[in-house]
Ligand binder design. Structure first.
Ligand code: SF4
Length: 93
């Protein structure tokens, strides 16, 4: 990535994003990410940002191109991180 391209991504990234806008899967936007919006008070903020800095980030538009931490909503990956992985050995048969 050239310096010019990097500067373009930085300019296009609103405050409150977990990483640079446009570094996620092509064609995806934050609204489709499981980290977008949390609790009633932060419907347009990024939960991944909150996990990284322990502070609520600014609200930003749902149609913002996604970042590299994009996690599709239908897979529930945002909550999977907070839960320990369960193996067959962990199960009490
Ligand atoms: S793609 Fe997901 S993790 Fe990245 S800024 Fe948008 S809502 Fe946050």
């Amino acid at each position: 990535m050239s310096q010019e391209e990097a500067e373009g991504l930085i300019d296009a990234t609103p405050s409150g994003m977990a990483h640079l806008s446009g570094t996620g899967p092509p064609g995806t936007v934050c609204e489709q990410c499981s980290f977008y919006g949390f609790h009633m008070q932060h419907p347009n903020s990024c939960y991944r940002y909150y996990l990284m800095v322990s502070e609520h980030g600014a609200a930003f538009p749902a149609e913002t191109p996604s970042c590299k931490y994009f996690a599709p909503r239908n897979m529930g990956l945002a909550t999977a991180e907070a839960q320990p992985a369960v193996t067959v050995e962990d199960l009490d048969w």
